[in-house]
Design a protein around this ligand. Structure first.
Ligand code: ZN
Ligand code: ZN
Length: 78
């Protein structure tokens, strides 16, 4: 599967999944990334340590590899 690169829901431009919020390079919409667990669907906690980002699922009580995280992308209304 090669679905790890998220796309803008508005213009389908490829986005960088590393940031919690970012501006779309295509349509300049403000977007929010919400990580959810691929196993139970719960929202994940983002843990930032030493420049690396890990995701932790409260439901599964385990760390989720960044490659397995499901990103929901929603436009941010200002
Ligand atoms: Zn866009
Ligand atoms: Zn989970």
């Amino acid at each position: 599967m090669n679905d790890s690169t998220p796309c803008c829901p508005l213009c389908a431009a490829a986005l960088d999944p590393r940031h919690g919020e970012q501006r779309c390079p295509g349509c300049h919409a403000e977007l929010r990334f919400e990580a959810s667990c691929p196993d139970c669907g719960a929202p994940l906690e983002r843990l930032q340590a030493c420049g690396a980002v890990d995701y932790f699922c409260q439901g599964c009580s385990s760390l989720i590899s960044k490659r397995r995280v499901i990103f929901a992308i929603t436009p941010v209304d200002e």
